[in-house]
Design a protein around this ligand. Structure first.
Ligand code: HEM
Ligand SMILES: *[C@@H]1O[C@H](CO)[C@@H](O)[C@H](O)[C@H]1NC(C)=O
Ligand SMILES: *[C@@H]1O[C@H](CO)[C@@H](O)[C@H](O)[C@H]1NC(C)=O
Length: 219
């Protein structure tokens, strides 16, 4: 009796994060990544799942790649992540359905207007974990350049790989002008919100092996 109470208590203590985050931990059996997951509501009762995975360990102050996964209801026109927690001076990952696959666009804005194409974040879309069915589209990709960037204070920021980081998402109900093109124009979002993601809960010791295993999408 005393033993089992002690185990439950110890387990509860270990699962308390250093700061409360809006994310929960999600293991994706298909790709093998462990993610910090957030369900971003864009309508009453309708959400988009945003998932972030990081390598573990990451050397102190080193830049590092992230893997993200987005699962969006088919009605979503485009959706994206702002890695700095707001639209301005933050790598913007923009994603939308393109037939049976998903396009990823890289953007960066210095004001609240149509963001520019951003070459400093480079994406590798995975073959496994990127798909479309009758109800949802889903994309899984690696980003090099999403976790280190020139931030809102105009100096270089690296998101702490063991920290609770404030990210933001945006959602639009309308589709981009040219869905096949990663540099397509698109209309402004209908919904934005920020959330905190516990990167410490999203560490993957087999990060590089999982990136290799999931393969690069050819479409
Ligand atoms: C046509 C492109 C875009 C236009 C014209 C635009 C415009 C704006 C404007 C005017 C605001 C401030 C007022 C408001 O909240 O409505 C805003 C906020 C915001 N936008 Fe955009 N946006 C665009 C694209 C994007 C993209 C691609 C993302 C992310 C992937 C994004 C993320 C956000 C977020 C998170 C906020 C709220 C926090 C903040 O003000 O930084 N936006 N946007
Ligand atoms: C990381 O870099 C910042 C700014 O250069 C410095 O203040 C901090 O001490 C560094 N942290 C570690 C763990 O090296
Ligand atoms: C469609 O895809 C979504 C996201 O990948 C998944 O959650 C859902 O179960 C799929 N639906 C069907 C009918 O396979």
């Amino acid at each position: 009796m005393r033993w089992s109470i002690g185990v439950v208590w110890a387990a509860a203590l270990m699962s308390i994060p250093t700061e409360a985050a809006d994310s929960s931990t999600y293991f994706d059996a298909e790709t093998g990544f462990t993610f910090a997951q957030f369900n971003g509501l864009f309508q009453i009762g309708k959400g988009i799942l945003y998932r972030v995975a990081v390598p573990s360990p990451v050397p102190a102050n080193a830049s590092y790649d992230v893997v993200f996964q987005i699962v969006a209801p088919i009605a979503v026109g485009w959706t994206g992540l702002a890695w700095g927690g707001g639209m301005v001076r933050s790598p913007l990952t923009v994603t939308w359905q393109n037939g049976q696959t998903v396009t990823i666009g890289s953007r960066y804005a210095t004001g609240h207007s149509m963001p520019s194409v951003y070459p400093n974040a480079v994406y590798t879309k995975f073959k496994t974990g990127t798909k479309v069915n009758s109800t949802h589209w889903q994309v899984t990709a690696k980003c090099s350049g999403c976790s280190t960037f020139i931030g809102s204070t105009n100096s270089q920021v690296t998101l702490p790989p063991k920290g609770v980081n404030r990210l933001a998402f945006a959602e639009s109900n309308s589709k981009p002008a040219t869905p096949s093109s990663s540099t397509s124009t698109f209309n402004v979002h209908d919904v934005t919100n920020s959330f905190t993601a516990d990167f410490a809960s999203a560490g993957n010791t087999e990060f590089a092996a999982l990136v290799a295993k999931n393969g690069e999408a050819t479409n």
